[in-house]
Design a binder for this molecule. Sequence first.
Ligand code: ATP
Length: 363
Amino acid sequence: MSAIHLQNLVKKFGDFTALKTMDLAIADGEFMALLGPSGCGKSTTMNMIAGMEEPTSGKILFGERDMTGVPMGRRGVGFVFQNYAIFTHMSVRQNLAYGPKMRGAPKAEIDRRVGAIAEMLQLTPLLDRKADRLSVNILQRVAIGRSAIMEPAIFLLDEPLSNVDAAFRAVMRTELKQLQRQFRQTMVYVTHDQLEAMTMADRITVMDHGVLQQVGTPLEVYNDPANVFVARFIGAPGMNLLRGRPAESDRGLVVDLGPLGVTPPLPVEITAAVRGVRGEVLYGFRPEQVTLAESGRGLSMPVNFVERIGARTIIHLGDGEAAVKAVLDNDVALSVGQTAVIAPAAQSVRVFDAATGLAMKAG
Ligand code: ATP
């Protein structure tokens, strides 16, 4: 019943198309993240699921039921926004109890549910505090509790953690995931933060400029980006992409990167898709999947910046279109001005069509 199906969903604001023909099936009990940069249409999509915006065309189904024209209050969805919406003159207990009370639940039942949700969200010691004396972090926890206590079959969260501090965000990522596991609701979570999407979601819908780019598990979108946008957007730093042309060599098919030389032979699955291509391609590899190599055994590039981030060191190599990053051990002995030879791990190499931006692979 609480599966969500978006069918050919389009949203226009005047001449501006905020969402272009979105087709998406979210399974019952699934945690789906809508991920993309600011303005890509995430909130617009969410607002249509909630019933706050009507689609320009297309349909939204909950299970088999068409939601067209069904008002927000009758959709059975819980909603948590970036800005916590709670009653500041009430206590935490009163805020949590508000929804069940409005529905006419018996007092004993309300007390039991408030107790359980407060325990889960670590609000028990704060139950009798007035909300206007609580920090932003705790207020957002209360807002989540206030929606969760209604046990909605569909739970929609729009950037719920963007106003809370970094340490609290890390705690809440774990708690929200546990909350969803416990209630098994269908959860749709809007974020521009890939870490939130990667750590919590069963699947991620990556969007850009109102267009769905890829739907997949966190590892699928990281390992096998469908296109250049996803390759760059997922990962911190994003995938390295170097422009070149496929070329035959006596070792197999390689990519000729011009002044940077030629790459090692391409993995077999990619060779089949790239062989015979005459146009330019983008040779992609993850910064984390790079090792330092001997001269002649990798790409030789000048070190332009050394960024030490504690556990790892990010080496910035080359510049302009031929700039790449390598994430190496924290004690790597490289400094600005030196030349490094880097070898991408063969299994991490991906090739994209430079004209269309699409990943090239067999089958
Ligand atoms: P953000 O995280 O910044 O909210 P988003 O991905 O959620 O980004 P949306 O809020 O869905 O993006 O907005 C998508 C586009 O639609 C934006 O360009 C926005 O300016 C535009 N837009 C949204 N609501 C309206 C509206 N009511 N009228 C006109 N344009 C709108």
